[in-house]
Structure formats: structure tokens, C-alpha cells
Design a protein around this ligand. Sequence first.
Ligand code: ATP
Ligand code: MG
Length: 606
Amino acid sequence: MKSRKASIRWRMVLIYFLLIFIAMSIVSVFLLNRTEAYQISSLQQNIEGVVRESGLLETLAGYDELAENSEEIQRYLSQGFVYSSEEISVVDTKLEIIASTNGMLVGRSASAVFDAGLITAVMESLTEDQRQSSTADKVEIMNKCYPIIPLNSIEPTGTLYVRADLTSIETLLKQNQIIYVQATLLALFITIVLGFILATNITEPINSVTNTVKKMSEGDFSNEVPVRSNDEIGQLAMMFNLMQGKLDETMGEMQDEKSKLEAILKYMADGLIAISRGGEVIHINRAARKMLHVSEAEAKSISYDALIGHLSPDLELSKVLNNSLEGETELNFDHGGLTFAVRYDRFTSEEEGYAGVLILLQDITERQKLDDMQKDFVANVSHELKTPLATVKAYTETLMDGGVDPDTSDHFLEIINSETDRMTRLVKDLLQLSRLDHQQERWNIKEGNLTRLLSSCVEKMTAIAAQKHQSLSALFSSDEELRVSFDRDRMEQVILNVISNSVKYTKEGGAITVDARRDGAIVRVTVADNGTGIANEDITRIFERFYRVDKARSRAMGSSGLGLAISKHIVEEHQGTIEASSELGKGTVITISLPLVTHRGIANID
Ligand code: ATP
Ligand code: MG
């Protein structure tokens, strides 16, 4: 990221740099060339001025023979041209320097000192010419050669050879060059600085956008790109901020919806499983995991078949996929002692269309149980009522037919009476159960001494036990105070029922004991007998309505099987528990646990 940012900046600087460098170089070369050309042409004009305007060439043309008049010519040159900056020499046809402003040259051969080729070419062409050359000590010089042609002849008598030193021009050009290089360097430096500032100005907002996008991708929408100008870059930043705001809003809404949905899925009581068409488990909520006994980690790796497909042939993947094409499908299945209702339907996605199947699992065990219980209950009630009613009906009809002796009719009437009593008791019990179920029982709960209640119950039952020659003994000390909050009548009903059960289901001569012991903050009342006992498989069921271990025997004894069901209800209403433990043929112990009143205050003392 960093290198790219830098590269754009440096690339811009480099482009500016090259542009300025090329422009400056072209300008410098052009200017140097022009300066050189100008300098040389003004030098030439200078030579022209010396040679023609001073009348030097005309004067020389006046001599028919140059060598013969060399002295005069030398004098003439020395007088008129010695201060001129150019070196002026006269060469005759034999290429001998006959006169010169530079005395050292006089008498020497021109071909040794001057450019002989130039002289020959001028002599032949009869027109002036020039050449540039450099001396042995690298001094640049300009050689200009003019033919000397007498007025009355066409044959040249010699040449006028002018040499000018170009060093000053060279120096000037060199100085110019240095100036241009310096100017170029300065311009480049300014370019780099300005280019850098300009590039930074352009790249900085881009960097801001890049950084903000990076943060956005990490889920942070709080950063805004600073808008520093109103130009294209400023507008880009503005638009970007606008887009970010909108995106943030939309993402927020989506997130809200998602968490809402997640919460619903998490806390819904029904199990929910989503599978893809390939049978991959996409989602499984907590309730479903609990129902199917899989951990969160397992659920992620498990396949549909291993998860639920194997539980019922109706839940095979191919079947489920097929059926869901036709819409919602419902079925029930049993698993691990529980009953489940399953509903499934396909779900679609925008890209794929039919994307998978959504399965809703409901644990309907309790509902099923309640349904069954209700059915059983109605059947039981009807049955319990039908038997005595049939008896009453039969005896009444016999009596109505007449012809029954008074003793028998008395007996019949007794039976009718006792059957009616039994029905009344049954109806009373049912009504009480219904009141308990619907929480309409009126409670009169007061704090009192449970020992007293127990003593009175034992007393009441002693006579009945005695009829069966059973001993009923109280093991608790009647002086001990066990303070419990209870409804006296209802609790008496419970204890009488439990003791009467022991009396009922214990043979003649048996022993029944009633005890009450503190156990921390709880009092445990136990009623133990050495009677028939209850088999293990029945023991949990004796608290169910109408449940009797030996139906025929119990019914013959006039019991309906509601006693313990009502007792359990009442005890639980007192925040207590009632439990049975028993051994077949040895006896039964019923334990009622009730919370003791722990606090003590004036109001609580009887
Ligand atoms: P009800 O109490 O309505 O007159 P019941 O005594 O038969 O009828 P419950 O008190 O609910 O009904 O008792 C249910 C069943 O539990 C009894 O029918 C009996 O089979 C069994 N049971 C209860 N107590 C004892 C016990 N002490 N010994 C052996 N079996 C018992
Ligand atoms: Mg009973």
C-alpha cells in the first residue's frame, strides 16, 4: 500500500522533472546555437569592415606585383591595421607571406602557417572563402581568405589572409552554458519541490479514501474522509462520505435484523435445522441440538443423515428433498422415549432458487402424555361410575319388581346406599382434584404444631386398625413441637389417607408405625407398615390418578385410586414432597417432607 502511494507521487515528480529537463535542454541548445551563430556573424562583419570598408583590398588591388612592393605594403599594414584585433597577412602567388600585422610571420611560407588548401581554393575560384581551425595549442581560430585581383587583370596577384581568434566567443559560450546548466538545475529543484507538493495534494485525499476504505473493510465506519476543496477530488471525498453513511446505515439495519433473527432462533423453544440440497447442515439452533443430543461442535461437522436422517425412514434425505418440492410436510416420530412433531418446507435463495430445506422440530412428548392422560382419565371416570351405577340399577329394578322379602330388600337397600356413598366419595374426590388442578381450592394455611395433628390422626385411626388387629403406634414424642405452616383439614386428609392405605394393604395383625423427625429445616413424617409392599415398577405410578396396583382388590375395598394423587397435590401445595419406598411382601414406607418454620417471634407462639 505504502509503496504504491509513494510510486504515484514519485512518478508525477519524475514526469515533471523530465518535462522541465527536456524543455530546458532544448532551450539551452537553441540559445547556445543562436549565440554562437550571432557571435560568428558579427566577427565576420568586423573582418568585412576591416578588409573592404577601410579600402585595404582596393589598395592591394592597385599593385601589379605584390612581392616587389612588400615593404610599402608592410608599412601600410603596420600603420593602419596594427591595432585591429584580427591578424592580417598578405600572401603572394608563391605562397610567401610578404607582409603581415604579425611581424613574426613575414617571409615565412603560408603553407606552413596558414590553411594552404583554403588559399589554393580561393586562388582558383577567385572568390573569398573561410574555414575554422584550431592551432596546436587548441586555440580556435577563424581563417578568412580574399583573392587580390588587380583592376586591369583577371589573374590574382595573391591573397589577403585574415585570422581571428575565436577564444572569446568560446569563452562566452562556455559561460552561457554554465548559466543554462545552473538555471536548469534551479528549475529542476523548484520542479521537484512544487511537483512533490502538487502530487501530495492529489495523492493525500486518495490516501485518505484508501485508509477509510481499509477501516470500513474492518467494520469501522466512524472515519470520514476530510473534504478540503470543492474540486473533483473534494467531490470524490464528499461522495465517498455520502456512500459510507448510506452503507453504514444499511449495514446497521442488516445487523439489527440479523441479531433479532439470531436471538429468535436461539431462544425459540422449537428446534430448527436448515440443510442445503446436498444434505449439509447449514444451521441448527440450540433447541434442536438439545433435542437431538449433539454439542455445538459436533453439529458443525455432522451430516444430515447422522444428525436426524437415521431416526425415521420418513426423514431420509431423498424423501425430505422430494416432499419439500410439493410444499410443507408434517410427520411425527419417536426417538429416545420422546415424541417429536416435524414440519419441513424448502427455502429459496436469490441465486440458486431451491436452496435447501428448513426443518422445524417440536418435542410433543408432554402434549402427547397429557392427551393420553386425559383420555385415560375420562375412561377411568366413566368406568368407576359405571360399575356402582349398574349395581344400583340392578338392585333398584329387582326391588321395583316386588316379591322380595323384607330382609333381602333391607340388604339390597344397604348395598344401594353404600354404592351411592362410594359414588358420592368418588365425585367428591374428583371435584377436589379439579379444584386443585384449577387452583380453586380454598386454603386456610396457618402455622401450627404438626405433632398435634399427627397424634390426633393416629388416635382416629387406632380403632380402624384395631378392627384388623393391627397395631398402630406413634414413634414420635408427643411433646416435641414441630412448627409447620399448613392447612389443618387438608393435611389431616393426607395423613389419614396414608395411614388408611397402610391399614388397607396390610394383613390382619400387622404393625403400622407413624414417626416424625427433624432433618435440618425439614420435618419428615413417615408411615411404615409391614404389609403387601409395592413392586418397583408400580412405585412411581401410585401417585397417578386411578392407579391401583391390584385393581380388582382395591375396588372391592371401595377405593378409587385417587387418594395419593390428591395427597401429592396437597403436599406440594405446602412446598413439601411425598415419596414411597417399598419392598414387595415386606412393607411400605411413605415419607412426607415439609419445611419447618424456622423463624421465631412473639406472633408465632401459640
Ligand atoms: P382411595 O385412596 O382413593 O380410597 P386407594 O387407596 O386405592 O384409593 P391411593 O391411596 O391413591 O388409592 O393408593 C394407590 C394405590 O397404591 C393403591 O391402590 C395401592 O395399590 C397402592 N398402595 C398405597 N399405599 C400402599 C401401602 N401402604 N401398601 C401397599 N400398597 C399401597
Ligand atoms: Mg388411599
